[in-house]
Each structure stands twice: as C-alpha cells, then as structure tokens.
Design a protein around this ligand. Sequence first.
Ligand SMILES: Nc1nc2c(c(=O)[nH]1)N[C@H]1C(S)=C(S)[C@@H](COP(=O)(O)OP(=O)(O)OC[C@H]3O[C@@H](n4cnc5c(=O)[nH]c(N)nc54)[C@H](O)[C@@H]3O)O[C@H]1N2
Ligand SMILES: Nc1nc2c(c(=O)[nH]1)N[C@H]1C(S)=C(S)[C@@H](COP(=O)(O)OP(=O)(O)OC[C@H]3O[C@@H](n4cnc5c(=O)[nH]c(N)nc54)[C@H](O)[C@@H]3O)O[C@H]1N2
Ligand code: SF4
Ligand SMILES: [Mo]
Length: 681
Amino acid sequence: MKLEYIPTVCPYCGCGCGLNVVTIDGKVEGVEPWKRHPLNEGKLCPKGNFSYQFVGRDDRLTKPLIKENGEFREASWDEATSLIASKLEEYRGEDPDSLAFLASARCTNEENYLLQKFARAVIGTQNVDHCARLCHGPSVAGLAKTFGSGAMTNSISDIEESSCIFIIGSNTAEQHPLIWRRVLRAKANGAKLIVADPRVSPTAKMADIYLPFKPGTDVPLMNAMMNVIIEEGLEDREFIEKRTKDFEKLKETVKNYKPEEAEKITLTPADKIREAAIEYAKADSAAILFAMGITQHITGTDNVVSTANLAMLTGNVGKRGAGVNPLRGQNNVQGACDMGALPAFYPGYQKVIEEDATEKMSCAWGCSDLKCTPGLTVVEMMNAAAEGKLKAMYIMGENPMVSDPDIQHVKESLENLEFLVVQDIFLTETAELADVVLPASAWSEKNGTYTSTERRVQYIRKAADAPGEAKDDWQIICEIANKMGADGFKFSSAEDIFEEIREVTPQYAGMNPERLVKPEGLHWPCPDETHPGTPILHTEQFATPDGLGIFFPVEYREPAETPDSEYPFILTTGRIIFHYHTGTMTRRSETLDREVPTGFVEINDEDALELGIKNGDMVKVKTRRGEIEITARVTPEIMKGVLFIPFHFAECAANMLTSADELDPEAKMPELKVSAASISK
Ligand SMILES: Nc1nc2c(c(=O)[nH]1)N[C@H]1C(S)=C(S)[C@@H](COP(=O)(O)OP(=O)(O)OC[C@H]3O[C@@H](n4cnc5c(=O)[nH]c(N)nc54)[C@H](O)[C@@H]3O)O[C@H]1N2
Ligand SMILES: Nc1nc2c(c(=O)[nH]1)N[C@H]1C(S)=C(S)[C@@H](COP(=O)(O)OP(=O)(O)OC[C@H]3O[C@@H](n4cnc5c(=O)[nH]c(N)nc54)[C@H](O)[C@@H]3O)O[C@H]1N2
Ligand code: SF4
Ligand SMILES: [Mo]
C-alpha cells in the first residue's frame, strides 16, 4: 500500500486554504491539514474537509458525449473535437460575434487564460465572460472608479490587526469561514464588530453592533453613516486633503441623509446608525468586509462606491488592519478576472477599448482582427441567444441552468442556440441541454495556479489521475485550437502556459516556479523577479492616473422591484455553509448532503403566524417570473417582510424566481438580492 500526501489548495471558496490530498495507491481517499499553510494554518471548514468526496463519484463524466436525435451517445475525443472545430469554424466564418464563451472560476489561471485567448485570438470575438459577472463585477467597477483598482486592498491575516470590522452584506462565518477565523481573533483582541444584514446570520449573531436593514437600501445606510461622521467632525482631514479629491461633492450629497431620514428607507433605528458610524470612525484601523449583499443589485456599483467613500472619509485605506475588502467568492474567481475572462479586459485588466492594449495583445497572440469594443456579458449573452443573435456557445465549468437569474429564460435561450458545448466534470442541468459534452479533470487531478481573494497566487497539484478519458481543461482547449489550425496552443504543461501569462500580465510578471513553489505563494502585483509581492494596496498612492482616491457621491435608487399588494414580500437569495452554488459538488458529497438535503425558505415568525404557515410546511413562493414549492423555515432571525432562499437546490431553484430584466448600468449585474414575492401555504 502506498500512502501519499500532496499539498494543494481547496477547490471551493476564495479563501484559498491549503490542504493535503491523501491518496492510497494513487486513489484519492481523504484530506489532511496543511499546518504550515499561512492562511488556514491547518484548519478547514466542512466543505474543505470533505472536498475529496465528489471526485471519485461514479457519475463523473468519463467520455465525450454527442447528442443525436435528442439522446447522448459516447464518442471518441477525435470525433468530438473534430465536430466542435468544424462547427466553430463555420460560425466564425459567418460572424465571430455569433459565438460566445463562458470561462470558469473553478478552473485554473492557465485554463482561463487559454479560453479567453481562444475566444479572442482564434475566433475573433470579445464575447467571453464568467460568473464574476453575477458576483464581484460591481466590486471591480466600483473600486476601479474610486481607487483605480478593483481587488481586496488588504490581506486576510491583516484583518486580525483591525480595531473595528464593519461587515456589510457578507455572511463571512458561513461563506468565508477561514477569514471569519481572523475576524474572531481580532474580536478576541478587543476589536469591535459591526454587522449590517437583513438576517441575523451566524455572522450577525457575533456582532457588537447589529444593524438590521431592508434589502436594497445599502446606499442610504452608508450615506447616513457618513452624514454622522461629518456632523461629528470625525472625518480624517489630513487623509482627505493629501490623498483624495472631490470631498466637497460627497459632503453636499450625504448632508441630506440624516439618520432619521435614512431610517424611513432602511428601517434601521437612527441611534444604531449613529452608534455604528461613530464606532467605525473612531477606530485606529477599521476594515470593511463585503460580499454579495452589496454587489448583487442593480445598484451594486453604487453600493461598492459607498464602501470606498466611507473608508476614504476616515483614512482607512493603505494601512494594516484597514481597507475595503470585497471577499471574492470562488477558489479562482480572482484569477479568472486577472486572466481576462471578461469581455472588457485582457489579462491584467488591460482595457479592450484602449487601442494600445488591443495592439499589444494582437501582437503577442499573432492575430489581426481584435475589435476595441467590449463583448457581451453573461446576461447579455442569454438575451442575445433568445433573440437568435447568438448562434453557438461554449461553456467551461459553469452551470447557468441553476445559477443564472430567471432560469426559464436561460432554458429558452440555451435551447434557441444552434450549437452548445459544455465542458464539465458532471452531467449538469446545463450539460443536459448541450450538443456536445466534454469530460474535464477535477481540481485534484491537475496542475496549475489559483489566485485567492487576497490576490495570493498558489500552485495546485495533481494527486491522482482523472477518471476514464477525462482531460485537463487546458488540454481540451489546445486540442480544439490545434484542430482549427491555430498557432500559439502548443503547450505541454500548465507551467508552459504560466510562462506566457507572465509575459502579458504585468501583475504576474515577477512570478516564477521557484518563487511560487513556496507555501505562501505570491500576492500580485509582483512586477519583477526581485519584487516581494504586494499584500497591501494603495499604501502611498491610489492606482488612479493622478494617484488620488476619488469620492463619488451616490444617491439612493430603488431596487428594480418593490413590494406591492400582489407580491408583498422582498425575496433575497444566498448560501449556506454546507453547500456550494449549484450543488454539483457538495450535493455529491455524502457528508455535506446529509446535513442539508434540500432547499428551504426562511420567513419571519410574525409574518408566518399571520399567514398560518408553520415551520416545516410546504409553501408556494411566487414572483413575476415563476413559482416554486419549498419547505418553510420559520424564524425570528430574518427581518419582517423579507424571505430568504439558498440558491443551491435545482428542485426548488431560487433562480426560477429572480429577474434578469434590469441590470446595473456599469457592471451589468442583475438584481439577485431583491425580488418582489408572495408566499402561501
Ligand atoms: N458555503 C459556501 N461558501 C461560499 C459559497 C457557497 O456557495 N457556499 N460561494 C462562494 C461565492 S462564489 C461567493 S460570491 C461568496 C458569497 O458570500 P456572501 O456574500 O457572504 O453570501 P450570500 O449568502 O450570497 O450573501 C451574504 C449576505 O447578504 C445578505 N443580504 C441579502 N440582501 C442584502 C442587501 O440588500 N444588502 C446587504 N448588505 N446584505 C444583504 C444575506 O442575508 C446574506 O447573509 O461565498 C463564497 N463561499
Ligand atoms: N439567486 C442567486 N443566484 C446566484 C447567486 C446568488 O447569490 N443568488 N450567486 C451568484 C454567484 S456569486 C456565483 S459565483 C454564481 C456561481 O455560478 P456557477 O459558476 O454556475 O456555479 P457552480 O455550481 O460553481 O458551477 C461550476 C461548474 O463547474 C464544474 N466544475 C468544477 N470543477 C471543474 C473543473 O475543474 N473543470 C470544469 N470544466 N468544470 C468544473 C461544476 O461541476 C459546476 O457545474 O452563481 C450566481 N448565482
Ligand atoms: S474556507 Fe473556503 S477554501 Fe477554506 S476550507 Fe472552507 S471552502 Fe475551502
Ligand atoms: Mo460568487
């Protein structure tokens, strides 16, 4: 018997915890702590602990599948990739923009880099996007506007040094458990914890100051906090003077948001707003942590801008224990964005609209027909497919039939395509609709790099072979590109691809195998091989052209839907600790599945009493898009008038109810956190 420990990185959330995969005679049998890993120091959350369980499932995809007369049949790699290559050539010949690509925050940097390169250099379209659009797109847009760069400003360990932590719209305890550990340590050292959330989430339960508030009213809440800070003279005048501009504009706007006025909109008691504002402003170093509660709105970018305004107002940027920290969700969503799997950016956030950048990339990739116009975003792709403008799609490692808003619309869109390729590790709800399904290897079966939420780039390591004929995503992309006669896809390893990434991505230029092999990895920006990496951004200057942070005042805008007599509740959606997104992995893990086998809707106990709904009853939840049947969880821990559904469960899918009609004008985010809904027995 041969026992091996292979150090690698957890495949789930953006914390980027290190763990050892344990193999017995080459088969994955478990995971063991990695004690020296700087982030998690040997600790794991339940998902990390059981992350090995789904890889060995016997329903893994093992052979390419081609659909014929509505049924899948097994095919050889040669047949499947030849078919795809000829179809893609056909659509490219008609119009490159009739094709679109979804990359994957579950895949490595190398794989995302290649998929966007394929879309751009081989097909000639900028239509490449991924789930960041439904996630931290507004963080990238909002922080680029204010700070000039859209990533977490500080590192995770740094949170421990905060004297005040303001968490808004993040259920850190359940969704980023190993960041939460640092929050608890800071608290044990005396830091004050302020949490704003419509639910008394496990995170909110630990707060020193809890601010309940109505979903979709983040802007007035934060404007009111800034109003108090300025009224009380607690702003950091020196920081404002030296490092920022347009403070007067902010002052003019927030003066109209007195806490008593804000209370009418947010339903947060005015004295609580005052208390939180003063606590945050008085702290030596105060950190803001936020996630989907802030971003998943048509005002997502405005909400993010508000967090940046608040931090600059109090001088809480560029120092330890402070900052504005969007907690990135997926294991490699930071990396997928860095690699340019976005329709408006090349690798390293070089803008598609800038001719210089487009010329540079054309030169690097040896192609001539790149356009300087951004391509379609996730929801725009679905709309274009429904309208027949998009003819074919290639989806690598995403499951929009559960994760995208308004699933009925997604289904119609995908069915309207002439040709759909899905590359996944399981036959998902989305793969069921494909013309060709390609089997990919999973995280423990390949080499490459992931970039965690704190911009830490780390190696993942192959521990065992993929099942059947499944291949690494990057190998599959290369095979199709080579069949199409493309240059620039003759790679023999993930390391080879990384060398090219370094050449075209300034933030990654200084990372080489000798440096990355260390357990600490490297934080970008790391511009050359002598550079130590950058755990804290904006210490001296912001990343804006003149180095100054910019205050952008924002006014309250209502969500796309507000409750009325027919749909009197606000439905919000999110996650729970045991499950991950569309459940393809956690629901195939027996330990996690046993914890929570299906979905539920949380409803406030007083609302439930009025409607005659008891805990455990089957209820119907309805919105203008559709309705689902689901079990009721009656609890005092959610605000009156608000419902909450975790979106992991296809049989009672929250996204049957959400809307894709309106989008954030800048980040194109749909309103996943607010829908008008009704509930009945
Ligand atoms: N267990 C687990 N962990 C995960 C994931 C998972 O699926 N499962 N997914 C990962 C990914 S990709 C992401 S993006 C992160 C997401 O991590 P989080 O953003 O922390 O998760 P959510 O549950 O979507 O939403 C967070 C909180 O927002 C609150 N909220 C609802 N409406 C509003 C509002 O209008 N304003 C504010 N301020 N708050 C509101 C909800 O009550 C909820 O407590 O988690 C990552 N980690
Ligand atoms: N209502 C509502 N909807 C939401 C959200 C919400 O809060 N509320 N949150 C949004 C957010 S933040 C996110 S990030 C998205 C997530 O949306 P998705 O990314 O669509 O969700 P996942 O379930 O993570 O899908 C990843 C897919 O990749 C596959 N996979 C895993 N590893 C590999 C691999 O190595 N190679 C390949 N090829 N495939 C692999 C998995 O089997 C799975 O099918 O959902 C969004 N949708
Ligand atoms: S906190 Fe995130 S990265 Fe760490 S073990 Fe849990 S799911 Fe994995
Ligand atoms: Mo996400």
